[in-house]
Design a protein around this ligand. Structure first.
Ligand code: NDP
Length: 296
């Protein structure tokens, strides 16, 4: 029997687990605050940001939202980040990516105070994570770790294959899987667009994490019997629905579910976890900045 991993349920548990920490902070006079900054007209980015704000409201985090015209000079974004860095009511800052081409993305990542960098993408935080001393683990791979933990997936000594080497998913996922730490200690192979014979790699894996952005790239015949399959992909494909599209993952769910031991669906797998871990990092950040011990 294949287990369908329920990301909504695990994410709800993560959110419930934040309640005590938020209470403790409030008792000490601090309401955790998350600032989202949007400099884009992209409807998908607008949706992501509004979902993050709604999540904040639900758990009692103070959500602050700043919108900057996509045509505005880059300095407007950097001035906003400076102001948020200096604002004691803001504990986490998230600049929604992608930013327009005339804005230097790497400078944006460096501009955010590392202590408020709840995405975990500032070079200092990336370095700390690689060194095994993460301040804030990036939300998607951290959420995947929580899913694996919730479903008792053994990473210790497991053969893992991560398909994709992006800075936001593939690389940090790989780093977490290879760490000498609980939920790590996996022997990990990283695949990408230049990998020869991807299927030969994934077929050897006890755990496959697909973060590619190619609809249904990983099919059932590319998997080992009983493997745990984590599908990060969110791809819009044309479909005869009201919206004219449907969301599919990077894994072909129908064929994969017959082979996998456990598998995440799209939607309802990794996505809710990414959102929940942003809240987790924000509560953690509020504790770090106020010297209040929060139990997470
Ligand atoms: P990127 O586009 O940044 O990276 C994709 C990676 O996949 C690259 O490393 C690329 O290789 C590799 N790749 C592309 N084609 C192939 C192929 N045919 N075979 C093997 N590897 C390939 O994507 P992201 O990591 O940002 O996102 C991946 C997917 O996850 C997207 O669908 C995105 O929407 C989704 N996503 C979902 C999140 C969630 O919370 N559910 C969060 C973040 C992303 P190369 O480096 O050689 O180009």
């Amino acid at each position: 029997m294949t287990t369908i991993i329920d990301g909504n349920e695990v994410a709800a548990d993560v959110r419930a687990g934040l309640a005590d920490g938020i209470e403790t902070l409030k008792a000490e006079g601090t309401t955790p605050g998350l600032a989202t900054v949007l400099m884009s007209d992209d409807p998908a980015s607008e949706t992501y940001v509004s979902m993050k704000q709604r999540d904040c409201e639900e758990v009692g985090i103070n959500g602050i939202h700043v919108e900057i015209d996509a045509d505005a000079p880059a300095e407007e974004l950097f001035d906003t980040v400076d102001e948020l860095n200096a604002d004691p009511e803001v504990h986490g800052i998230l600049v929604q990516m992608p930013v327009p081409d005339h804005v230097d993305k790497r400078r944006v990542l460096r501009a955010i105070d590392p202590v408020k960098d709840v995405d975990g993408f500032h070079p200092e935080n990336v370095g700390r994570m690689v060194a095994g001393n993460a301040r804030y683990k990036p939300c998607t791979p951290h959420g995947i770790q929580k899913l694996l933990e919730a479903y008792d997936v053994e990473t210790e000594g497991a053969d893992a294959v991560v398909v994709g080497r992006s800075d936001i998913v593939g690389k940090p996922m790989t780093n977490l899987l290879i760490q000498k730490a609980p939920l790590g200690n996996a022997t990990t192979t990283v695949c990408h667009s230049r990998t020869k014979d991807l299927a030969a790699k994934t077929r050897e894996a006890d755990i496959v994490v697909a973060a590619v952005g190619v609809p249904e790239l990983v099919t059932g015949d590319m998997l080992k019997d009983g493997a745990t399959v984590v599908d990060v992909g969110v791809n819009r494909v044309d479909a005869d629905t009201d919206k004219g599209y449907e969301l599919v993952g990077d894994v072909e769910f129908e064929s994969a579910k017959d082979v996998a031991g456990r598998i995440t669906p799209v939607p309802g797998g990794v996505g809710p976890m990414t959102r929940a871990m942003l809240l987790y990092n924000t509560v953690k950040a509020a504790g770090v900045q106020t010297d209040v011990a929060v139990d997470l």
